[in-house]
Design a binder for this molecule. Structure first.
Ligand code: KG4
Ligand code: ZN
Length: 460
């Protein structure tokens, strides 16, 4: 059992604190947290609680009861019961203790020289956990997620409106906004309930403020502002594309420098990152985004919305037999897909006029092959030019099976590391927003209640 000691408790014989010093410490406001086996005290830690931090002073375990993890349990108890950072000092030669603190998530802050007579002390710090509730409503998914420290998903709910918009062949902004409004409260509640957390456990509120459909974004933004105001928590603004990139951080911590290939319904971009939240846009599409081209081509081929997954599926059993143009094959990092899209539309129309049948599998394969070849070529060019060996794939089109295998093969050949989000993190979701928010906050991104949504904005 773990509990705080009081003056009736008797410390075991040890070399650190006498019973008198213990009583004096209590009167000075020091807290002793003890681990008991039955009513026998076997280990304790001693700390003082400051305004913004807890400073730990002693850790001591009865020599007869060492190596049983009692001190570890005491620290875990302390960590789980405070929202403050915890600071400790430890002798640089005490490897076992340093290993224990690292295991608990402590990081080295600095070194105090000759702190213990001849020995230096390491000052280590454990920041409180960031439990971020994130909201994403930029298109047709109402999504809420709770992410711990930018890496651990505690719960995510994604309510897709796809079936509603299918009938219209694409997302109808007004309908999307209305559905977000109807669902957002329920999705927040469901996400909290799945995580077993209370609103009070949330440390920050994050929201995708853009780019996207302005009316749809506003619903998530309003919900996020309301929560931030009511709970008195910081509000973190997250760029939707940063979210897509950080979906990869939920797979494995991002390694820098990296190139991100962002391919979604609204974006096709190559981005260089030299560190967390440092984005340098190398190039992007001059007209249609990849996902947009997929969806428009699919529509002409009579496939349901969203067309990307349909074309992906059909292409698997097709052959690259149709003669289609290669999109913008130059030495820049830019892309252009509208010419290719028009070529598919023209081909399909002229075949219809000539009453000749079109082989949809082959057309899907021919279109997809052109798209993937140019994405691959320009991505590898950027990796080579910037001498970067880490690649991450992001955005809804990252779900494309042919693109995933083409990049996997190319990276294996060159010994590059490649991270691809799990399918569930490729299309819009709030988990990626929560992951990005952790690093956005560290980079100084903060918002107040004047935050507005934007339909387009370059990633920064
Ligand atoms: O990232 P996302 O969910 O929304 C935007 O931010 O745009 O991406 C949606 C896009 C759609 O255009 C959809 O057709 C495309 O991603 N997509 C795919 C696949 N799955 C989704 N495109 C090609 N192949 C897929 N398997
Ligand atoms: Zn997206």
């Amino acid at each position: 059992m773990i509990r705080e000691l009081n003056e009736k408790d008797i410390l075991f014989n040890n070399t650190l604190r006498t019973q008198d010093q213990f009583i004096e410490d209590l009167s000075l406001g020091y807290v002793y947290l003890g681990y008991f086996l039955g009513d026998k005290l076997v280990s304790f830690i001693n700390y003082i609680e400051l305004v913004d931090a807890i400073e730990d002073h002693f850790v001591f375990t009865d020599p007869k009861h060492r190596n049983n993890g009692y001190a570890l349990s005491l620290f875990e108890h302390l960590i789980n019961n405070t929202k403050k950072k915890i600071i400790i000092e430890v002798n640089v030669n005490n490897e076992a203790a340093i290993a224990l603190y690292k295991k608990l998530g402590f990081k080295v802050l600095n070194i105090r020289e000759k702190y213990y007579d001849e020995d230096d002390a390491l000052v280590m710090i454990k920041e409180p956990d960031a439990i971020i509730l994130a909201i994403e409503t930029s298109c047709d998914e109402t999504s809420v997620s709770i992410i711990k420290n930018g890496i651990e998903e505690l719960s995510t709910v994604v309510l897709s409106q796809m079936d509603i918009h299918k009938d219209y062949g694409g997302v109808v902004p007004e309908i999307a906004s209305r559905n977000h409004t109807e669902n957002i409260t329920m999705v927040i509640e469901e996400c909290l309930s799945q995580s077993s957390l209370k609103l009070d456990d949330i440390t920050d509120i994050a929201v995708a403020y853009g780019p996207g459909l302005i009316g749809a974004l506003l619903v998530g933004l309003q919900a996020a502002k309301t929560l931030a105001l009511a709970l008195n928590k910081p509000l973190i603004p997250v760029h939707h594309i940063a979210g897509h990139i950080y979906a990869n951080n939920l797979m494995a911590p991002l390694q820098f420098p990296l190139i991100a290939l962002v391919v979604s319904g609204g974006h096709t971009e190559l981005i260089l990152m030299e560190g967390h939240y440092q984005f340098k846009r190398l190039g992007g599409t001059l007209d249609d985004a990849v996902g947009e081209a997929y969806d428009k081509v699919a529509r002409v081929m009579g496939l349901p919305y969203p067309g990307g997954p349909q074309i992906d599926k059909l292409a698997k059993s097709g052959k690259d037999v149709y003669s289609l143009p290669t999109p913008l094959d130059d030495e820049t990092y830019n892309f252009s897909f509208s010419g290719l899209k028009s070529a598919v539309i023209n081909l399909s129309n002229s075949m219809k006029m000539k009453k000749k049948p079109i082989n949809v599998e082959n057309l899907a394969c021919s279109f997809q092959t052109r798209v993937i070849n140019i994405l691959l070529k320009k991505t590898m060019m950027a990796m080579n030019d910037y001498k970067v060996t880490n690649l991450v794939l992001a955005g809804g089109v990252a779900a494309n099976t042919a693109l995933r295998s083409a990049l996997t093969e190319a990276c294996e050949k060159r010994n590059y590391s490649l991270t691809i989000p799990h399918f569930k993190y490729c299309t819009d979701n709030a988990a990626m927003i929560g992951a990005a928010a952790f690093y956005a906050k560290k980079a100084g991104k903060a918002a107040d209640l004047l935050l507005n949504s934007v339909s387009s904005e370059e990633l920064h």
